[in-house]
Design a protein around this ligand. Structure first.
Ligand code: GUN
Length: 712
């Protein structure tokens, strides 16, 4: 099949230059778009390093055949070389490299780390990058080596920050700049550096991207735990609207974990350097050509060859073939990571890759400890925001593994359940006394509505004040949430559902829900063919309502009493498989339970009713909020100019938002209100409240429906 040549990119709109938008997310990992004068770059991505003196793969070929949107080269190397320098200044960097996409340059800092001092001043190297027509340049930061004393590292942070305003000022309006973060392995210095660099401005412009600098020695020594500690410390204090670059990181092994923790850009010469050394990159390590009899993987660069054939090539040809293979592996691992973000499995990919190296494993286990018990410092802060920004519900299966309970989205749903689930306030027979027993379903796989419903109804007819719970391999779950992912979608062999709990374990699990003092009836459902008698209908209706009330409380932070009001005189329509698909209250369709993940989709009537339950003012950025466990359906308040558009169903865009509730969960329902608090629309947030406060580009809330009629 003949492929058309890849056309040159279109520059971004003038007002979008340097802006970053988030298209999709999975916790801290995001698919982003970074806007430059030479195209819009999709992240996470790797900037291949081009040595202008030694082009192992031609930049043009990278653009055309490898889908490379942007690359990085070193402005100091060009500056030092008379011919390159004069050509770069007269024809521009894009012509010098013959690359139509975005060009990023580094500044010589790394050379100062390797060779000692550089001969260029901070202002001179920035103006040189500007004059060559670079898209994203780098200021001359001071490399903070991990083996420096704390005083020296503090000096590197301060001196880098002192140079930032003059550098931004020289860069002017067209050259975007990287503002590197230094500080060695000291979390507090990384925070200090992030705050200083994040707030530096000249003529109203700050840095476009923040690379995490000084980490190459840590990667060389495989000190990955410290590497990720640095990343999380820096992330806690960086502007949320700017992409983060992991300076000098290009081994595919590190991509999934780094991306899961919020890295957007990588750069590396590894593909070429390793190739020159006859080393081959794979997603889980590096292999030596000399050790191979056969290829244990494939790539188009190696297709049709054997290791012996490559060994027989002369050094230059061999390194070209291996560099092509290495670049392919790098690109395909990044594509795999982006796909994992799209389908919500980036953490599982990081979990999987962590087994490829003991050093990476050490880092991953440390991360899990942090997830289990976040520390009080900046690392804990980032870990908590990772959990809070993970959509707790997912479609599709969740593979059961030993580490499942550390996955951020699982921790999130467990935390929401622990914080917001309450025993029913009233029972099917209208009594309102406290519960007098627990029915525990165990030893059966989902769907429990099929296997256990009749037994549950029969038990409730006899014992109306019973709390019904289900034992699963990842804890116990109220029966009202029996179709919620991940519990109902656990994938594993049948044995995972065998009853394994002893009385002590049952007591401990019930304790978490405050139910340990109640008598427990244990039920192992049989074949699910039992039926319940006619008088079970009321019980069934009550169970359906409990399910809706619990989901509104847990996923939408609506107080259970308000959720009861919302579902007053609730009626429902059922699917052919007997599942509730539409819920109406007082004659109005207010919501639909989703069959795919157990979540709920509101209607505009439901959103309106939930909004009327708020009695506080609409949220405003910069003002404090209470810390109620049920602060109501989260609100995003938009500015007046946007109301006519969003009211008719257009998405809420960043830049038009004046406030957002901090308990907003990306992926779960929210309402959009105007400055008076009146409903404008409802939808699904993509970004967090912090991102909404700072981002200026892209969709913040995907609107499901506007509150205005089309002709209003
Ligand atoms: N390349 C790798 N590490 C660094 C760093 O800390 N600063 C700069 N400017 N470039 C780098």
């Amino acid at each position: 099949m003949a492929m058309a040549a890849r056309p040159d990119p279109e520059g971004c709109r003038e007002q979008d230059l340097g802006l970053f938008e988030i298209i999709q997310r999975d916790g801290l990992a995001r698919i982003g778009r970074f806007h430059t004068n030479h195209g819009v770059i999709t992240t996470p991505m790797l900037l291949p390093v081009i040595n202008p003196n030694l082009r192992t793969i031609e930049p043009r070929e990278m653009w055309e055949s490898y889908g490379v949107d942007a690359l990085i080269t070193n402005s100091y190397v060009i500056w030092k070389h008379d011919e390159l320098r004069s050509e770069a200044l007269s024809k521009g960097i894009h012509s010098l490299l013959d690359f139509p996409g975005a060009i990023v340059t580094d500044s010589g800092t790394f050379q100062s780390y390797v060779y000692g001092d550089v001969e260029v001043s901070p202002e001179e190297i920035v103006s040189f990058q500007r004059d060559m027509g670079v898209d994203l340049g780098t200021m001359l930061d001071v490399f903070g080596r991990p083996d420096m004393t704390r005083d020296e590292l503090e000096g590197a942070v301060t001196e880098t920050a002192n140079r930032s305003v003059p550098s931004l000022s020289v860069a002017g309006p067209d050259l975007l700049l990287n503002g590197p973060i230094q500080g060695g392995t000291h979390s507090d210095l990384r925070v200090q550096s992030s705050l200083l660099m994040g707030s530096s401005e000249s003529n109203g412009r700050g840095f476009a991207v923040h690379p995490i600098g000084g980490i190459v020695p840590l990667m060389e020594q495989q000190r990955y735990k410290e590497l990720f500690e640095i990343l999380l410390s820096s992330k806690s204090s960086l502007p949320p609207e700017r992409p983060v670059h992991f300076f000098g990181c290009g081994h595919p092994l590190l991509f999934p974990m780094a991306i899961a923790l919020g890295v957007d850009l990588f750069d590396s010469a590894a593909y070429a350097i390793f190739a020159r050394d006859d080393r081959i990159l794979t997603p889980d390590g590096t292999l030596k050509l000399d050790d191979l009899k056969e290829w244990p993987f494939q790539s188009s660069a190696l297709f049709g060859t054997t290791p012996q054939m490559i060994k027989d090539l002369d050094a230059e040809d061999r390194s070209r073939v291996l560099a092509r293979h290495n670049l392919e592996v790098t690109q395909s691992e990044l594509a795999r990571c982006r796909e994992a973000i799209r389908n919500g499995t980036i953490w599982q990919l990081a979990e999987h890759r962590s087994h490829a190296s003991p050093h990476l494993r050490e880092a991953f286990v440390w991360l899990q400890e942090q997830l289990d018990e976040p520390d009080d410092g900046p690392v804990g802060e980032s870990v908590l925001s990772m959990i809070a920004s993970s959509n707790p519900l997912r479609e599709g299966g969740e593979s059961l593994g030993e580490e499942i309970e550390y996955r951020p989205h699982i921790l999130h749903i467990q935390a929401l359940l622990a914080m917001r689930w309450r025993v029913p306030g009233s029972w099917w027979d209208s009594s309102t006394d406290p519960p007098d027993g627990v029915l525990l379903i165990e030893g059966a796989p989902p769907p429990w509505r099929n296997s256990a419903l009749a037994s549950v109804v029969m038990h409730l007819i006899e014992n109306p004040r019973t709390v019904v719970m289900i034992a699963t391999p990842i804890g116990i779950l109220p029966f009202s949430l029996e179709d919620l992912s991940p519990w109902c979608h656990l994938i594993g062999p049948d044995g995972i559902w065998d009853p394994v709990l002893d009385d002590q374990e049952v007591t401990e699990l019930l304790e978490e829900f405050g139910l340990a003092d109640l008598p427990v009836t244990r039920l192992v459902p049989r074949d699910g063919t039992e039926t319940y008698p006619e008088n079970g209908r009321d019980v069934r209706g009550w169970l359906d309502r409990c399910s809706v009330v619990d989901k509104l409380s847990i996923l939408c932070s609506i107080h259970p009493l308000d959720a009861c009001k919302l579902t007053d005189e609730m009626t429902s329509r059922r699917s052919r498989t007997d599942r509730v698909i539409n819920v109406s209250s007082q004659g109005e369709h207010i919501l639909s339970p989703r069959l795919t993940d157990g979540g709920i989709s509101l209607t505009i009537q439901g959103a309106n009713a939930a909004n009327e339950m708020h009695n506080s003012k609409p949220p405003e950025f910069g003002t404090g909020e209470g810390d109620s466990e049920f602060p109501g359906l989260p609100r995003v308040c938009i500015i007046d100019d946007a109301v006519p558009f969003v009211g008719k169903g257009r998405n809420v865009m960043h830049g038009y938002i004046s406030g957002a509730d901090s308990h907003l969960i990306p992926g779960q329902p929210c309402i959009v209100v105007d400055s008076k608090g009146d409903l404008v629309a409802h939808g699904t947030p993509i970004t967090t409240h912090l991102e909404m406060a700072h981002m200026r580009k892209g969709v913040a809330v995907k609107v499901r429906a506007g509150a205005m009629k089309p002709d209003e």
